[in-house]
Design a protein around this ligand. Structure first.
Ligand SMILES: Cc1cc2nc3c(=O)[nH]c(=O)nc-3n(C[C@H](O)[C@H](O)[C@H](O)COP(=O)(O)OP(=O)(O)OC[C@H]3O[C@@H](n4cnc5c(N)ncnc54)[C@H](O)[C@@H]3O)c2cc1C
Length: 459
């Protein structure tokens, strides 16, 4: 074969995509940023005489509490907004799941602080004209207060809709769109923070700094959250192939020139947004089920509802915006450690892609749990990859009630199946119940919690 021809054929061979960019961020950096914000907020309050007012009678104390609780509520909201803005350097360190969990905790903290803020303001304003007059002032008679009241109500609605018992009864999409109202509520309360009270009125430096902080957070949301979506929509991939891999799961292959802009590693996930009528407004997370390469991205998608079931029915060539990648469990996490994977059903997807990048050094052991044989998705591929790397695959099939072992992930069962379990790095992927059971068993078997990697449930 002439040399030129050979080069062409070599060039056409798929090559792995460049790995996702890392971050040098440390926990201490994050703690430093949060500490600086807290010092700023408390500093503004102290400068305005808030701390000394606590000792000057209950009306002055109520004013002081109103102000500090309002400021802290806003600070919690700002940090929560940064987290959903998904800045890459934070995501690569914490993982999107932890960011969303912290976003939820901060949202709950903000709601409590807004409650304290309103209660203290009612006490303070009742002192001059009574409770009813205070209520009228707070809900609109004073400038900017009508907006702030609507804002607080929206935050209240979102808090109630996010309570686990209420959330469980809503579809993800309904909850998500109700949830967006919190951002409107947050924006509506900004005016009264600057105009009302004594905190920023006489403190030009504090006022500017507070305004700039809000602008920076808006910048993060616009550039990272919306910017990521816009970039993905402008550089979509196309559905190149859809193949059934079990009665309710399909492997969807996406390809196209947009791949050139994607840096991703095995084990990561993307939000997929099909660019078709009825579909474009929702994006759902799916993990790579094969190492990402210039040939395309593969996702294995189980039919669990409208979106996941519908993806299998889309015509070939459909444009799909892929937003991501996200996820911190990549081949670098495993490095040259011996690895154990505990997977359930379609949770095997990210593990299947990670296995491709491992070597015999990792001696991978895979414990594959499924409720029926047909749910052992990609079983042959997993077996081949494990055997090539000198590892072991164990399958455990059947509904939990029919299993001979009551807890297949108890410490004793894990130790028996994987005698060196305590020396391994462990990746757990599957439904929440499996993740909890496996984490408990692993702890009992002496695995260091920092060696156990899993996605926290964010919904
Ligand atoms: C990090 C991550 C990786 C995932 N990887 C895979 C995968 O490789 N293969 C696979 O089949 N499934 C995967 N899933 C689950 C998949 O995202 C859901 O099955 C899908 O979003 C369901 O949407 P639906 O409209 O079809 O069903 P619905 O009936 O709307 O939802 C079914 C369940 O899926 C969850 N869900 C729905 N939408 C979302 C969302 N946008 N974000 C988070 N959870 C949601 C909810 O728990 C809901 O109860 C993954 C989920 C996460 C969080």
């Amino acid at each position: 074969m002439p040399p030129d021809e050979r080069r062409t054929s070599v060039n056409r061979r798929p090559h792995p995509l460049a790995p996702a960019r890392g971050t040098r961020l440390l926990d201490t950096d994050l703690a430093g940023m949060l500490g600086a914000l807290l010092i700023f907020v408390i500093g503004v309050w102290v400068r305005a005489g808030g701390a000394s007012a606590l000792a000057h009678g209950w009306t002055a104390a109520a004013t002081s509490i109103t102000e500090v609780s309002g400021l802290l509520a806003s600070a919690a909201g700002l940090v929560g907004l940064v987290l959903v803005g998904r800045p890459r350097f934070v995501e690569r360190h914490l993982g999107l799941d932890r960011m969303f969990v912290w976003h939820r905790i901060l949202g709950e903290l903000m709601a409590v602080l807004v409650g304290v803020h309103i209660a203290a303001a009612l006490v303070e304003w009742s002192a001059t004209g009574g409770f009813l007059a205070a209520l009228q002032d707070l809900t609109g008679r004073q400038p900017y207060m009508a907006l702030a009241t609507v804002g607080a109500l929206l935050i209240g609605v979102v808090t109630v809709s996010s309570l686990a018992s209420v959330r469980r009864r809503m579809s993800y999409e309904t909850w998500y769109f109700v949830h967006l109202a919190a951002y409107v509520g947050f924006a509506m309360s900004y005016g009264h923070q600057i105009v009302r009270g004594t905190l920023f009125g006489d403190d030009a430096v504090g006022r500017w700094a507070w305004g700039l902080l809000h602008l920076a957070v808006v910048g993060v949301i616009v550039m990272r959250r919306w910017g990521t979506t816009v970039r993905a929509v402008l550089r979509p991939l196309r559905i190149a192939r859809i193949e059934p891999v079990s009665p309710d799961t399909v492997a969807v292959h996406l390809a196209g020139p947009g791949l050139g802009a994607i840096k991703a590693s095995p084990g990561q996930f993307f939000f997929l947004r099909p660019l078709r009528a009825r579909w474009w407004w929702q994006a759902h997370p799916f993990s790579l089920s094969a190492a990402p390469s210039s040939a395309g991205l593969r996702f294995s998608i189980k039919n669990r509802g409208d979106a996941s079931g519908g993806l299998a029915t889309l015509p070939l060539g459909t444009r799909v915006a892929v937003e991501g990648p996200y996820g911190t469990c990549t081949p670098e996490t495993i490095a040259d450690r011996k690895a154990l994977f505990i997977v359930g059903g379609v949770g095997v997807a990210p593990v299947r892609s990670l296995l491709e990048s491992l070597t015999a050094v990792n001696q991978p052991v895979v414990l594959f749990r499924a409720s029926s044989e047909r749910d052992l998705v990609h079983l042959d591929e997993v077996r081949a990859l494990v055997e090539e790397r000198g590892g072991t695959l164990h399958t455990l099939v059947g509904p939990s009630a029919t299993l001979a072992i009551r807890d297949p992930f108890s410490a004793s069962v894990l130790r028996r199946a994987v005698p060196d379990v305590a020396d391994r790095i462990v990746v757990v992927c599957g439904p929440d119940r499996l993740v909890w059971a496996a984490r408990n068993g692993l702890r009992g078997a002496g695995v260091d919690p920092s060696d156990v990697h899993y996605e926290r449930s964010w919904w």
